[in-house]
Design a protein around this ligand. Structure first.
Ligand SMILES: Nc1ncnc2c1ncn2[C@@H]1O[C@H](COP(=O)(O)OP(=O)(O)OP(=O)(O)O)[C@@H](O)[C@H]1O
Ligand SMILES: [Mg+2]
Length: 583
């Protein structure tokens, strides 16, 4: 890094001309003056890093540079947004009635342009004042164009500069987006970098006279405070007229090249610190020739481009050769086969690296994804189990399962009982044939001999009395019938409403007896004995006492045996009453 940089050679004398490191402005006609070539030469010889922008398609100017991703950081302060609107509307916001007030209002407390745009739409909808409604609508409509445009580009969130010239290509972007990127970059350089040169392209456009733009806002700050930490701004413009004079006043180095337009020529002449130069001189300046106002001196110089030997440059200054010959010999892009090969190899290497990184990322993402899926699966499984438990609790599934087991057992028993009944069917048919009239149905399946002996059935025609032997059944708590008989005798079953097998199970449980799948069939059997009756509530069988225990006792159909009467071998140590049931 040096504070004195070789610019070129003085016309006529061939003396080297140096410029001190400072803010600089360079003007001249497009392509015919050589502005970018000059800037590249200065940067290259300064040893500083520089950041420049390609704003027009096909325009590069620099022969060697490092391409960097455009940098953009969202900002949401009103000054910034006002600048942006200025770029778009091409007018001075401060003269647009209500606009500055509107911008300040929509920007308050917002985090980015998207936020501000939403706010503008809302304000337009809600305001009662027609005049302000129009202002907000204008603002919203404008941001509606800018905000989606920002989404189209990939921006870097950090600025990493290589030695020499770094270039951001913003040529495909809308003018406002270009300004956002340039402004963000200047802001970043201002806040985080030192010894960096920022080149402002088309300065008449980004730092215009009279109105604020995002670039102007930050450029002013950068120029005012940058030099102290070695940051400089180089302004590049085709003319002087349209540029804001505040930053220009801070430039101690002015380089003025060929210019045709009369007003511009006049402006240049005024900057020559009193040096008398004919206007035509400015209008016919050859390529690479500039009037350089450096500090208090003005010199006519031939700028030495990068890659051109000093003595060759001096020859041009001495009029021994033309700048065009320099251009054609040193500056024309050459077909460099060797370079091409090097680049091809580098490209292939990068491509391979990229493929490797892609594969790595893919497998990492895949692994991560599979892990996530497994976790989610486990989670879902645990949740499902929890749900099942809850549902189980709600539905009392175990009770249902118990009922299902009971029903299955009942079915098996019933089928067996039905089989036993087969001979009766034949007997009944024979009897019907013989009697030719109604015969009471046989007892319940399997209990043909247990039809209560006290039942007399009278049939009217012909008079017939059927008497069945009465048989006493002794029950103990060893059988299901016995257990049911015990809870019946103890009046543990509801006496005047329907009950279910579950009620009987509960009574069993209160006795300390296990759940018994034969409860259903046994209850049915006892229905046939006339103690209970049965019906169905939907699909669920329900039972009711047909004969209350007291009634059964009074009729002698229920007898309870005192514990002392228990045969010793049947003693279960429970001192349970034994009872007999006449059936
Ligand atoms: N000092 C020089 N000696 C010889 N040729 C030069 C010199 N400066 C520039 N040129 C040539 O002139 C052409 C234009 O140069 P350059 O791109 O620097 O112009 P510019 O002023 O930046 O133009 P624009 O305004 O379009 O950006 C290029 O071909 C370049 O090689
Ligand atoms: Mg240029």
């Amino acid at each position: 890094m040096t504070s004195r940089i070789l610019l070129g050679f003085q016309i006529g004398s061939g003396e080297p001309v140096y410029v001190p490191l400072h803010h600089l402005a360079i003007f001249g006609m497009t392509q015919l003056s050589g502005k970018t070539t000059t800037l590249e030469a200065l940067i290259s010889r300064s040893g500083l890093r520089a950041i420049a922008f390609i704003t027009k398609r096909g325009e590069a100017g620099f022969t060697s540079y490092n391409l960097v991703t455009p940098y953009y950081k969202p900002r949401a302060d009103w000054q910034f947004v006002e600048g942006l609107v200025n770029v778009a509307l091409g007018e001075k916001v401060k003269y647009e009635p209500g606009m500055r007030y509107g911008i300040m209002k929509v920007c308050r407390g917002r985090k980015d342009l998207r936020d501000i745009q939403k706010a503008a739409v809302e304000f337009a909808r809600e305001t009662k004042r027609e005049f302000m409604k129009a202002v907000y609508e204008k603002l919203a409509a404008y941001l509606e164009i800018v905000v989606p445009e920002l989404d189209r580009w990939v921006f870097a969130d950090k600025l990493e500069l290589a030695e020499g010239v770094n270039v951001m290509d913003v040529s495909g972007m809308r003018l406002e987006t270009q300004h956002l990127v340039i402004a963000s970059t200047i802001d970043y350089a201002f806040a985080h970098l030192d010894h960096v040169i920022v080149i402002i392209p088309e300065a008449w456009e980004s730092i215009p006279q009279g109105k604020m733009t995002p670039v102007k806002w930050v450029a002013q700050q950068f120029i005012r405070k940058g030099a102290a930490i070695g940051n400089y701004m180089f302004l590049d413009s085709q003319d002087i007229g349209g540029i804001d004079k505040t930053p220009l006043r801070q430039c101690d180095n002015w380089l003025m090249g060929r210019m045709k337009e009369a007003h511009e020529v006049e402006r240049i002449l005024k900057q020559l610190l009193g040096m008398k130069v004919p206007a035509e001189e400015i209008q016919t300046l050859p390529l690479g020739h500039f009037y350089a106002a450096i500090g208090n001196d003005v010199k006519k110089v031939y700028v030495l481009p990068v890659g051109v030997p000093e003595e060759v440059g001096r020859d041009v200054a001495l009029g021994k050769r033309s700048p065009e010959s320099i251009r054609d010999e040193f500056l024309k892009p050459k077909v460099m086969e060797m370079d091409d090969l090097v680049w091809k190899e580098k490209y292939e290497q990068l491509e391979k690296q990229f493929a490797d990184i892609r594969t790595k990322i893919y497998s990492e993402v895949k692994g991560e994804f599979e892990k996530k899926i497994e976790e989610e699966r486990q989670k879902a499984f645990r949740e499902a189990l929890k749900k099942v438990d809850e549902i189980k609790k709600q539905w009392n599934i175990e009770e249902y399962q118990q009922t299902i087991v009971q029903l299955k057992d009942e079915k098996v028993t019933l089928e067996a009982e039905l089989k036993k009944l087969e001979p009766h069917k034949a007997f009944k048919e024979a009897l019907v044939k013989f009697l030719g009239t109604y015969v009471p149905a046989a007892g319940p399946p399997g209990f043909e001999s247990s039809v209560p002996s006290d039942v007399s059935v009278s049939v009217e025609q012909p008079a017939l009395t059927v008497k069945v032997e009465r048989k006493s059944v002794e029950l103990t708590d060893k059988t299901t019938e016995g257990k049911i008989a015990i809870i019946y005798a103890e009046e543990k079953l509801p006496s005047d409403k329907w009950f279910t097998t579950t009620d009987v199970v509960n009574a069993f449980v209160s006795h300390g007896w296990p759940r018994d799948p034969r409860i259903g069939p046994t209850l049915d059997k006892m229905c046939s004995w006339g103690f209970f009756e049965k019906h169905y509530a939907g699909k669920r069988p329900e039972y009711k006492l047909k004969l209350k225990p007291q009634e059964a006792r009074s009729k002698g159909l229920l007898k309870e045996v005192e514990p002392s009467q228990l045969p010793t071998d049947k003693s279960v140590g429970l001192q349970l009453p034994r009872f007999g049931c006449d059936a």
